[in-house]
Design a protein. Structure first.
Lengths: 368, 284, 368, 284
C-alpha cells in the first residue's frame, strides 16, 4: 500500500528524519499566509508529477492562491488531485538517493544509496549505486552506513547526518512493515543539512492489523476494486468484455491468460477464494455485474469450494439479478456432476474441461 | 536431498479447532497422514476427528511429531511458528494467507538457523500420493506416479494435477510453495529434492508473475537438472502494478513478467505450456 | 543499578503495565487531599520494608498526615527515608510473582513466574515456579506466556491480562537494559484486574549512556563510593583500617583477601585501572585518605601502569597531603627497580613480592 | 578442540588510532603477533606502528585476517563486533570495559550462530608464548612452557604468570575470559581446549566471586580432565551485594561466593591456593 507523500513525511517527522516544513491542503481555505517561497505539490501516487505540471513553485504571495486553485481538483497523469502539500522551498546543493526495500530474490531487506539522486534509480548504472543486503537476524548496524559513506565519498559533516538518517530509515522500514521506504531526492541544502525532499513509503497491506492508524483507502485502486476488496474478494478491473469468476489466484490468472490467448478480452480478475458458500458466489456475481461485462465466465476446480455450491449460487444469482448476459460455466472436481445437473435444470450448460469453456466464452464475448 | 515428508511423517495441527484446521485435519487423516495431535490453548480436554488436542506444542513433543500445519489467523502465525521452531518441529507448513512478509522473514530466518524447513505461507501444502499429505489439496485428484509438481498457486495446481492424473501421469510429490512475496521454499530448493528423488522422473513447475524465482530456477535447471522439466506460467495477461490475488503476483517496474520467465525457461530447454491442459502432452 | 519503586512504576506506567494510582512525596507539602484509603510506602532499596515499619496503611483522612510525618526523614532498616510513595490501596484477591532476569550461567534472559507471590522467590520450592530461558535471538513470544499460563493454571480472564503484561515486561527488560524486572506481588484485585503492586527494576549501569534520563545517583552506594565512581575509580568501602590501592580488579580483590587471611582488616577496595598517570595515583590517595585509614597499602603489578609512575605518584601524594600514616608499597613488573629507587630516595621502602607487603601492612595496621 | 590462536593468526585492530589501540598494537607487534591491518573510518591513508589503516573491516579482508581486537568506546562495541562478524572474522576479542551486557548477549549469539569465537569483553586477551599475543598482557612476564592459565581478571593473571615464570613454569596458553557478567568464553570452553592441547600438561584457573562458572568448571574437571588443575579464587573477603571492580564480581542473594567455588574445586580434586604466590608450589 503506497502512502501519499504527506503521510510518508509524517512518518519521517515522527521518527526523526528531517523533512521540509509544510502543510496539507484539501480545500482552498486550508491555504495559510504566504511567508516564504513554497512548493505546491499534487499528492498523487504516480511518478513524474513535476513534468506533468503537478508541482508548482511559488515565489511571491500573489502566486500562492492561483497555484493552489489551478492544482486542486485538476487531473495530473489521469488522476484527480484532491490533496496538495505546501512546503517551504529548500535550497538544494545536491540531490542524493536512499532506500530500504524487500529484495524478493534474496528474501532480505536491501539498502540502496547513491549520490546521483532526483532521477529514477533504475536509470542509473549499477556501479554508481551502493547496494547492500541486510541479514534479517543481525539487522542493520552503523557499520553498514560507514560502508555506504565510503562508497559515496561523503564529506564528514554530511556522513554523520547520513548515518543517523539511515538508522532511522531502517527502523521505519521494520516498524511500519514496509516493502519500500525511499527518499528521492535526499537533499543536501546550501547550509549543509540533509533533508528528505520526497517520501515514498509502501506498506505491506497485510500488516494493517497492527497499523490501524493507516487503515486508509489504497489510492491505487478503482472504486469497484475497493468495494470488492472490502467484501473480501481479490478483484482487479481490466478493460475487456468477459466477466470472470474463478477460484484460486493461479487458476483465475490462468483463465484470463487462456481467454487472452484465444483473443478474448477479460473484464476482471475475481478469485472466489477457498470457501464453500452459496452467498459468496451470489455476491461475486453482484460485483462482476457492476463492471457491466457482455458475457460471464465461471471457471471452478472444485476442492474446498464444491461444484454444486457454485451451481446453486449461479442459479440464485441469475434469478436475483435477472442476469441477461450469457453465462459460460466450467465445473470440475468435487461434486461436478451434481453441479452440472443443477445448472442443466436451470437452463445453463456447464463444461467439464476448461478449454471448451474458454473457447465458448470468447465466441460469446459480444453477449450473444 | 531428502524429500520433505514420507509415510513416517507425524503431523500436528496448530489451530486444529478452527474451521480450516478441523476440516483439513479430517481430510489429511482420510488421506492416510499420521496426524498425531492438535494444538489449541485451553481446549486440551477435547478431540477433533479423534485427534487429541493439547495446550501447547511442547505438550505434544512426547508423540515425536516431525511436522506442523499452522492454521491460525495471520496476526498469530509468527507466534505459532516460533513455538513450533522452539519445540524442534522439523517441517513447518503455514496455510494462512495474509501473513505480513516481515513476519515471514523472521520465521524463515529463525527456522533456517535451526535447520528447519518452512513451507508457505499461503500455499496448499505438500502431497505424496500413497505416503502423506499435509495441507489442503483435494484428496481425490492424485495418483501415485513419477511426476513431481511444484507450484506457486493452489487451485491451478489441482487443475494441473487433475489433468495429469486423467492423462495417466501419476505424481511422486506435489508441493505448493505459496503465493506470497516471501515464502520458505523456492523452486530451486524443491528442484534439488526432485533431482535426487529416485521416484521422480519428470518435473512440472507452475510459476506465476512476480519476482525472479522462475528465472533462477531456469538457470539452475540448465546447469543441474537432467530430468525432463515442463512449466506453466500464470499471469501472461496481467497488467503491471496490480496484485493478481496473490500478494506475490505482481509485475513491478517491468520485473516479474511472464515473458521474462517463459524466455528463461525456454533458454533452459524447458517447454512452457500455453494452457494448463497442454502440460500432459508436453510431458509425454 | 537498582531503581526506587516509584521510578520502576513510572517505567511500568509508560509501557502499559497497570500500577496503582499514586504520587511521590519528598516534602510534607506534597501530600494531596485524602480521597480514599492509601498506602504510604518508604522508598528505600532494601526488602522487608513492611515488617520494619516502612509501610503504613491509611484508611481515614485524619491518619494521612501523621503517617507521612512519621515516615519522612525516619530511618528504615538503617536507611534514611527521603521519599514516600502514596498509593491507592488495592483490593487484593491474590498475590503472584513474575520477573525477567539475566541468567548468568546460561547467559540468557530468564522468565520466572508463580502464583505464590508476595514472598521471596528464593523461599519457594522449585516446582512451584515456572522457569523459562529465552533464546536471545528469537526473543520472547506469546507462546511462552501460554506455557506459563498453563503451568500457573490461570483462569482465562486473568490469563489474557497476564500474557499482555508479560510481553510488555520483556520489552522493558530489553528497552531499559535491565538485569532484573520483577513484580512481587503481582496482584489480582477483587474485580479480577492484574496490577503491579510493587516494581523492582535493576538496570545495567554500563548502559546509562543510552538512558540519560536515569542518570541518577545509585542509592546503594556510600557518599565516598559515589565520589570515587564519579572520578572514575572502582571503589568499595569496607570496615577495616588498612587503606588499599592496587591495580586491576582481580589483584585488588586478591590483596584484600590476603590481608584478611593474615587477620588484617582492609578499609577499602580501590582499583587504579589500566592507565599510567601520576595524577591518577595522587587522586587515589586523596580518596583513600578520606576514608581515614590507619595505614595504607599500595600493591602494583606493573604493566600498562608502570611502577615508576606509581612511585612518583606516591611521593607527590605524600607531600601534597602531608600523609602521616605508614605507607607500605609493593612494586613488581615494568620499571620496578626505577620505582623502588624513587621511593627509597623519598624514605619509603618498597617490596617486590606481594606477601611481604601484605604481612608488613598487617603488622602496621595500627598505624605505627 | 583447536586452540584459539597460533603463529598463523592474522590480527586486525578495530579502533587502532585510539590510545589503547595504538599502544597495544605496537606491543603485539613486538611480541611477534601478525598485526595485518587497523580499522578506523576516515583514516585510511594513515599507518599506526607501520600497520596500514582501513576504513572498514570489509576493506581488510583481502589480507585474510582471522582475528580482530576491538578497542573502541563501549557504546560502539556492538557495531564494531557486528561488522567483524558480518565480515567473517573467526575470533573476536573485545578489550573494552563497560559494555552493556545486553549488547554482549547480542554479539555472543550472533557470533555463535556463525561459529565465531567471542573473547571478552573486559578481559586482557590471549597469549601463547612464542606464537601470538592478542590483547594487553605485558610481554615480558611470559615464558614458553606447558602450563595453561585461564582467568577472569587481568592484573591478577599477570601476577600469577609472573610467579609461574619466576618459579620456572613456562606457559602454553594464557587466556583472560573477562570480568563481565556475560562474556564469550567460559572456563569449560577453555578447559576443552586445554584438555586436547598436547602442549599443555598442567592447568591454572583464576576465578573470582560472582556467577557459578567456577562451580561448573569444577564439575567438568571432575568428569573430563585428567591433567593437573590448580585454582585461585579472588574475592573471599568481599562483602555481599558490592561489585568488586568487575561488573561480574558480585555476590548476589548468597550465590557466587568464594566459599562455594573453593568447595566445588576441592570436591573435584583441584587444589585452591590461598595466595597467588602459592600457585607454583601447588603445581610442582
Amino acid at each position: 500500500m503506497n502512502l501519499y507523500e504527506y503521510l510518508g513525511k509524517d512518518i519521517f517527522r515522527k521518527n526523526g528524519i528531517p523533512v521540509p516544513d509544510g502543510y496539507l491542503v484539501e480545500k482552498k481555505e486550508d491555504v495559510r499566509k504566504y511567508e516564504k517561497p513554497v512548493v505546491v505539490k499534487s499528492q498523487i501516487l504516480l511518478g513524474g508529477r513535476g513534468k506533468s505540471g503537478g508541482i508548482k513553485f511559488v515565489k511571491s504571495e500573489a502566486d500562492l492562491k492561483p497555484a493552489v486553485d489551478s492544482l486542486l481538483g485538476s487531473e495530473v497523469r489521469g488522476l484527480k488531485v484532491t490533496r496538495l502539500l505546501v512546503e517551504e522551498m529548500i535550497d538544494i546543493r545536491k540531490e542524493m538517493y536512499v532506500s530500504f526495500s524487500l529484495n524478493r530474490t534474496e528474501r532480505k531487506p536491501m539498502l540502496m544509496a547513491t549520490v546521483e539522486g532526483g532521477v529514477e534509480i533504475e536509470s542509473l548504472p549499477h556501479d554508481k549505486i551502493f547496494l547492500r543486503l541486510i541479514d534479517p537476524l543481525m539487522g542493520y548496524s552503523d557499520y553498514i552506513a560507514k560502508e555506504a559513506v565510503k562508497f559515496m565519498q561523503l564529506e564528514p559533516a554530511i556522513a554523520a547526518q547520513f548515518r543517523s538518517l539511515l538508522a532511522k530509515l531502517y527502523e521505519i522500514f521494520n516498524k511500519y512493515d514496509c516493502e519500500l521506504v525511499e527518499i528521492n531526492p535526499l537533499v543536501i541544502t546550501g547550509e549543509g543539512k540533509l533533508i528528505a525532499a520526497d517520501a515514498k513509503v509502501v506498506m505491506d497491506s497485510d500488516s494493517l492489523f497492527r497499523h490501524r492508524e493507516f487503515n486508509v483507502i489504497d489510492p491505487e485502486k478503482t472504486p469497484l476494486e475497493l468495494e470488492a476488496n472490502g467484501r473480501g474478494y481479490s478483484f482487479v478491473e481490466l478493460q475487456g468484455d468477459i466477466g470472470v469468476i474463478a477460484n484460486g489466484a493461479g487458476l483465475t490468472m490462468a483463465t484470463l491468460d487462456a481467454l487472452t490467448l484465444h483473443k478474448g478480452k477479460p473484464r476482471n480478475f475475481l478469485d472466489l477464494g477457498g470457501t464453500d458458500s452459496v452467498d459468496i458466489v451470489i455476491d461475486a456475481f453482484d460485483l462482476v455485474l457492476k463492471a457491466n461485462p457482455k458475457t460471464i465466465l465461471v471457471n471452478i476446480f472444485g476442492g474446498v469450494t464444491k461444484c454444486d455450491t457454485v451451481a446453486n449460487g449461479i442459479v440464485e444469482a441469475k434469478k436475483k439479478y435477472g442476469i441477461k448476459q450469457p453465462i459460460v460455466v466450467r465445473l470440475s472436481g468435487i461434486h461436478e456432476e451434481e453441479g452440472r445437473e443443477i445448472l442443466k435444470k436451470n437452463g445453463v450448460d456447464a463444461f467439464s474441461d476448461m478449454m471448451s469453456a474458454i473457447e465458448t466464452a470468447v465466441k460469446r464475448e459480444g453477449g450473444n | 536431498m531428502k524429500n520433505y515428508v514420507d509415510e513416517n511423517t507425524k503431523v500436528i495441527v496448530q489451530g486444529i479447532t478452527g474451521h480450516q484446521g478441523k476440516f483439513h485435519s479430517g481430510e489429511m487423516l482420510k488421506f492416510g497422514t499420521k496426524v498425531v495431535a492438535g494444538v489449541s490453548p485451553g481446549k486440551s480436554s477435547e478431540k477433533v476427528n479423534g485427534v487429541q488436542i493439547f495446550d501447547t506444542v511442547a505438550d505434544t513433543m512426547h508423540l515425536n511429531p516431525t511436522a506442523s500445519m499452522i492454521s491460525v489467523p495471520a496476526p498469530y502465525v509468527k507466534d505459532a511458528a516460533f513455538e513450533a521452531i522452539d519445540a524442534g518441529i522439523e517441517l513447518i507448513y503455514v496455510l494462512t494467507e495474509h501473513v505480513p512478509f516481515h513476519d515471514t522473514m523472521d520465521i524463515l530466518y529463525e527456522a533456517s538457523r535451526k535447520g528447519i524447513t518452512l513451507l508457505g505461507p499461503n500455499g496448499p501444502g505438500i502431497t505424496r500420493p500413497g505416503k502423506c499429505k499435509i495441507g489442503i489439496m483435494p484428496n481425490h485428484i492424485f495418483k501415485d506416479g513419477d511426476v513431481a509438481v511444484a507450484s506457486r498457486s493452489g487451485t491451478l495446481t489441482y487443475e494441473i494435477v487433475g489433468a495429469l492424473t486423467k492423462a495417466g501421469f501419476g505424481q511422486s510429490t506435489v508441493i505448493g510453495l505459496g503465493g506470497d512475496p516471501v515464502v520458505g521454499l523456492t523452486f530451486i530448493d524443491v528442484l534439488k529434492v526432485f533431482n535426487d528423488d529416485p521416484n521422480t522422473r519428470k518435473i512440472v513447475l507452475v510459476g506465476e508473475i512476480g519476482g525472479i524465482n522462475e528465472e533462477m530456477a531456469a538457470d539452475y535447471i540448465r546447469k543441474n537438472v537432467k530430468k525432463k522439466v515442463v512449466a506453466y506460467i500464470a499471469g501472461r495477461s496481467a497488467p503491471p502494478g496490480k496484485r493478481m490475488g496473490h500478494a506475490g503476483a505482481i509485475i513491478e517496474k517491468g520485473s516479474g513478467t511472464a515473458e521474462s520467465k517463459i524466455k528463461a525457461f525456454n533458454a533452459a530447454g524447458v517447454h512452457v505450456a500455453d494452457f494448463p491442459a497442454d502440460i500432459p502432452g508436453l510431458l509425454g
